[in-house]
Ligand binder design. Structure first.
Ligand code: NDP
Ligand code: MG
Length: 389
């Protein structure tokens, strides 16, 4: 029996993960579920999968849940404490982290230190301090299997190699991007509304990552995530705009051979793979049809029109605490944009200001420094955004 904990079970990844467990059937069980505040969705899931533990971050939601817990479930502490407790439960075999943002940092670290098999969708902590988290994972013999489709593709292409061999074996990794809703749009992006940015052409995802996809910050965050997951220099990461979203990413070995992973865009595949790794289970997704697909297009990304991508690569090159600052500034800016309090073009402007104020060289990164930088950069970003109104 595999006991699975799902952090962020009510979100886009979390809901699909619950479905994946149902499909995997006998031998798989949702041991614990956590959300922020969506009690209706959490209760419905709890009725279906009967978890032994539930947690919600939001205090008001927690009070309500505590007063009327789902049948048979223990309600853990509110805030990050409940998430950390869930992530390190002794009975948990697999921890799927699918919360959004830096809030996933402490639970991820807890899962690592509890030596778990971690299915990781929550990319932000890997951006903040991924190199150190990977070292911790090695020390505690935890295994991090990416859920995000692009790192998952690369992970799948590297099966058979040991983590220490990746850099020597690879000359490049190809990180594909759909381009988001504005890739082909002409003219200024200043007037883009939240409603327009929240409509992704290929993927249906939570609001934060959908906006990140429209600014291409998502690709920048993924580039840093990949740099850290596979211990590669950022100069080996090449972004390709690929509107069909069928080639999910690939690698080029030093002898010039290229491997890539392909499927129709459907997150159920990488979610299931991250759960069942190193095994593969029968597919939930529609099989790829090359005749229907007919063609695959690839374009160079436009770093000037999408400055978030350039800023992320700059943060990656500078290293140290800079990626943590970039990530926090972006989280604040995106939240304000969605709330109608910042222009679309204000997102890179805020991130740029915070990154310019970021000090500390490559050596300055510790786990504590990443968390401190996150708090510092949030304040800086809020001040910068306030002045742009
Ligand atoms: P959603 O916004 O759809 O879901 C987020 C989930 O996290 C919800 O269950 C939400 O609970 C929960 N959550 C948010 N904040 C907290 C908190 N403070 N404490 C506890 N739970 C919290 O996001 P997605 O599923 O789209 O994305 C999740 C992560 O996966 C992100 O890091 C994203 O970058 C990554 N990812 C997502 C992909 C996708 O296809 N969606 C693809 C690749 C990566 P509630 O419902 O109560 O708000
Ligand atoms: Mg992705």
């Amino acid at each position: 029996m595999k006991n699975v904990v799902i952090l962020g079970s009510t979100g886009s990844i979390g809901v699909n993960a619950v479905k994946a467990l149902r499909k995997l059937g006998k031998g798989w069980r949702a041991l614990g579920l956590a959300a922020n505040s969506n009690l209706a969705a959490l209760r419905a899931q709890a009725r279906e999968v009967k978890p032994a533990y539930v947690a919600v971050f939001d205090y008001k939601a927690w009070q309500e849940l505590k007063a009327d817990p789902p049948k048979g479930a223990k309600v853990l502490a509110p805030g990050v404490e409940g998430l950390v407790e869930l992530a390190s439960l002794a009975q948990a075999d697999v921890v799927l982290s699918a919360v959004t943002g830096a809030v996933g940092f402490a639970p991820l670290l807890a899962a690592i230190r509890a030596s778990k098999h971690i299915a990781l969708a929550n990319k932000e902590p890997m951006v903040m301090a991924g190199a150190l988290l990977m070292k911790e994972a090695e020390r505690w013999q935890a295994r991090i299997v990416p859920v995000d489709s692009e790192p998952s593709a690369i992970f799948q292409c590297l099966a058979g190699l040991k983590p220490g061999q990746y850099d020597a074996a690879l000359s490049r990794v190809f990180l594909t991007a759909s381009g988001g809703p504005f890739y082909a749009r002409k003219g200024s992006l200043a007037g883009v509304t939240p409603a327009q940015a929240l409509k992704h052409p290929r993927w249906s995802m939570g609001p934060k990552i959908t906006v990140d996809s429209s600014t291409l910050m998502n690709k920048g965050l993924e580039a840093i995530e990949i740099q850290n997951l596979f211990s590669l220099p950022i100069s080996k990461v090449q972004v390709l705009v690929h509107p069909q979203s069928v080639v999910h990413s690939g690698v080029e070995f030093r002898d010039g051979s290229v491997l890539a992973q392909l499927s129709w865009p459907d997150m159920r595949l990488p979610i299931q793979y991250a759960l069942t790794w190193p095994d593969r289970a029968p597919s939930l997704a529609e099989p790829l049809d090359f005749f229907r697909l007919a063609r695959l297009d690839f374009f160079k990304p436009d770093f000037r029109r999408f400055p978030c991508l350039e800023l992320a690569f700059e943060a990656a090159r500078r290293g140290g605490i800079c990626p943590a600052a970039l990530n926090a500034a972006n989280e604040v800016a995106v939240e304000r944009f969605i709330a109608g309090r910042l222009k679309f073009t204000g997102i890179p402007a805020v991130v740029e200001k915070v990154l310019a104020a970021c000090r500390g060289g490559k050596a300055g990164l510790t786990l504590a420094a990443a968390v401190e930088t996150d708090a510092w950069a949030r304040q800086k970003a809020a001040d910068a955004a306030q002045r742009m109104r």
